[in-house]
Design a binder for this molecule. Structure first.
Ligand SMILES: *Cc1c(COP(=O)(O)O)cnc(C)c1O
Length: 367
């Protein structure tokens, strides 16, 4: 009997697997698997979210006007050039569906963020993954991969899961080398954590032309992953496209209220970034001293390199037995690595102690 059949490309998609949150039989778990901010949600965001409960019968503002104005004020951007989404994933999907399609291709770097390949395949584009150097996107490799069919280039900067970053000059060189009709999407989910002075999140390149988009999120430093709020800053013609195709009420009312309040939380971003800077350095130093290779990171996570998939899996099991949940990296062509989110000081201490113990095991020394 014939049955409904999706586009064949869809059945090639492996469903996205998020970070785990529980270990059977372990009472206290420490979730360091999804790069959620170390401090939980901003207190003002909790209060604002709660206050929306009495009005849950009302539709949200479909255009998220107040939220866009608050984002614009915070980042010095024109609210008319901002579109909000249910997480930046929502916007990534919309861009792929709008600009991809059969016969097109999408370029991303080999260890780039997994959602680009899922959304691009859903949009029936061919995914091209370009080689990296030292787990860092290679502009020359991306430019060399461009074909007449290329429509989209996705780059997370800094990248998840590697933590590596391209300086502004390299991104400018990338844009200059791409054909004008190719849309460059700069995913700056971790922008607030970056310390390097040669970093630019992407708004200057958005302003400089008609073919670059910057995406941002409330899921990381703003501590609102559960709310699903992200946004894009884009040229007017791309904003127009996104507003035509996004779900009319894509960001729900409690999420809008929480995001507006998170932006207003005094000192939140500064405190979170300085905590992250200190704890990331401390964790890196301790783990390096234990003999592990830790890749340099500009995000709120580090990639620990165990050199073989077997040792990485053993380390993951060792951590889970202590209730520490981190992220295995098989889906990112990095099965020999684990990605460790920077949590609170106590959580970092427990993680560092556990991995130091793992490294000190007799069997580990032989390996
Ligand atoms: C976490 C993350 C996002 C954010 O996704 P949301 O849908 O906004 O939660 C986007 N890009 C990268 C690279 C990420 O790591």
């Amino acid at each position: 009997m014939p049955t409904p059949t999706p586009h064949p490309e869809i059945l090639t998609i492996k469903p996205y697997v998020g970070g785990e949150a529980a270990v059977p039989g372990v009472a206290r778990v420490i979730k360091l698997s999804s790069n959620e901010g170390a401090f939980g949600p901003p207190p003002g965001a909790i209060a604002a979210h709660t206050a929306t409960a009495a009005k849950l019968h009302r539709y949200p503002d479909g255009g998220a006007k107040t939220l866009r104005e608050a984002i614009g004020a915070r980042f010095g951007l024109d609210p008319a050039r901002i579109v909000c989404g249910a997480g930046s994933d929502d916007i990534i999907y919309a861009l792929c569906l709008a600009y991809g399609g059969p016969g097109t291709n999408l370029i991303m770097s080999r260890h780039g963020f997994a959602i680009y390949a899922i959304a691009g395949t859903y949009a029936r584009a061919t995914i091209i993954k370009t080689p990296e150097r030292n787990l860092t996107a290679d502009v020359d490799a991306i430019l060399a991969a461009v074909t007449p069919q290329t429509r989209l280039v996705f780059l997370a900067n800094p990248n998840n899961p590697t933590g590596s970053m391209l300086p502004a000059a390299e991104i400018t060189r990338l844009r200059a080398g791409l054909p004008d009709h190719v849309l460059l999407v700069l995913d700056a989910a971790y922008a607030e954590y970056v310390d390097r002075p040669d970093y630019e999140a992407g708004s200057a390149l958005v302003d400089a032309g008609a073919n670059t988009v910057m995406t941002r999120t409330f899921s990381k430093i703003f501590g609102l992953g559960g709310m699903r709020v992200g946004w894009a800053y884009a040229p007017p013609a791309i904003i127009d496209v996104l507003n035509r195709i996004r779900l009319p009420f894509n960001v729900n009312a409690p999420a809008q209220a929480a995001a507006i309040a998170a932006l207003a939380e005094p000192g939140w971003v500064e405190r979170s970034a300085s905590h992250n800077r200190a704890e990331r350095a401390r964790l890196t130093a301790t783990l390096t001293a234990s003999g592990l290779k830790i890749w340099p990171s500009e995000g709120n996570f580090v990639l620990a390199d165990f050199l073989t998939p077997e040792i990485a899996t053993a380390a993951d099991q060792f951590l889970r037995a202590r209730g520490l949940i981190v992220r295995p990296m098989g889906a990112y062509h990095l099965p020999h690595c684990l990605r460790l989110t920077i949590g609170t000081t106590e959580e970092c201490d427990l993680l560092a102690a556990a991995l130091t113990d793992f490294q000190a095991q007799p069997a580990r020394k032989i390996a």
